[in-house]
Design a protein around this ligand. Structure first.
Ligand SMILES: Cc1cc2nc3c(=O)[nH]c(=O)nc-3n(C[C@H](O)[C@H](O)[C@H](O)COP(=O)(O)O)c2cc1C
Length: 209
């Protein structure tokens, strides 16, 4: 299949085949792809939680308006934004850049200053919203990568973030739930899999200047 055929193949899966699980290799590859997601200023201001435990997922399903995908999919992926973005967080990031690229840390002072300026110019709420934006980019990478790998997924925003945070113990980790995705394999009788894609006409979406 071409890329466009794969993107047409994928859909927000409502009914997963409970008997089908991702192989460890499929999960690993999908997570590797998510790990490579780009982020503004390079700061990956979120963590990705892979939930397999059935009892936890039963609780999360209740916190997601009973949506079956949460419990029935192979795994539930929770993208959780950092709530403590501060100069220490940025310092750790810059240390990591210096080490990874073998750069003298002093040469990254301007970069560090730019990121701190960006973060310090925001209110706490804006910082969390910014961190959540980065998590949504990772969600996009997950959806496209899953399609490439022949894995089904359902992106989901229909859940109570405070309840998710509580169930997963995220507050103490300095995290809050941004968005989630169920991953696995579609049930043959998922009616949504047979529906035509609805997208606005390309001429309404794209502006060429
Ligand atoms: C951020 C986001 C949140 C979504 N939340 C839900 C959700 O809670 N439950 C659900 O069944 N689908 C959810 N969807 C799926 C969309 O409804 C779906 O992607 C859209 O209708 C386009 O259809 P397609 O993905 O099947 O092509 C969400 C999609 C996105 C991108």
């Amino acid at each position: 299949m071409s890329l466009i055929e794969k993107l047409n193949w994928r859909y927000a899966t409502k009914k997963f085949d409970k008997t089908k699980k991702l192989s460890p290799l499929q999960l690993e590859e999908l997570l590797h792809a998510v790990h490579l997601s780009p982020a503004a200023t390079g700061v990956q201001s979120y963590k990705v939680i892979v939930v397999e435990d059935a009892a936890t997922r039963a609780k999360l399903q209740q916190a997601a308006y009973g949506q079956a995908q949460v419990a029935d999919a192979s795994q539930l992926i929770v993208f959780a934004a950092e709530t403590n973005l501060d100069t220490q967080y940025v310092k750790n990031f810059i240390d990591h850049v210096a080490k990874t690229r073998g750069i003298d840390r002093a040469n990254l002072a301007g970069y560090e200053q730019m990121i701190n300026g960006n973060i310090n110019g925001m209110t706490e709420q804006q910082r969390i919203a910014w961190a959540k934006e980065q998590a949504h980019i990772a969600l996009g990478v997950l959806l496209t990568s899953a399609a490439e790998l022949g894995i089904d997924a359902c992106p989901m925003g229909g859940f109570s973030a405070p309840q998710f945070d509580e169930i997963l113990g995220l507050k103490e980790k300095g995290l809050t739930t941004a968005v989630i995705a169920a991953i696995g394999f579609r049930a043959e009788d998922d009616a949504y899999g047979k529906l035509k894609k609805v997208r606005k006409p390309e001429e309404e979406m794209f502006i060429h200047i």
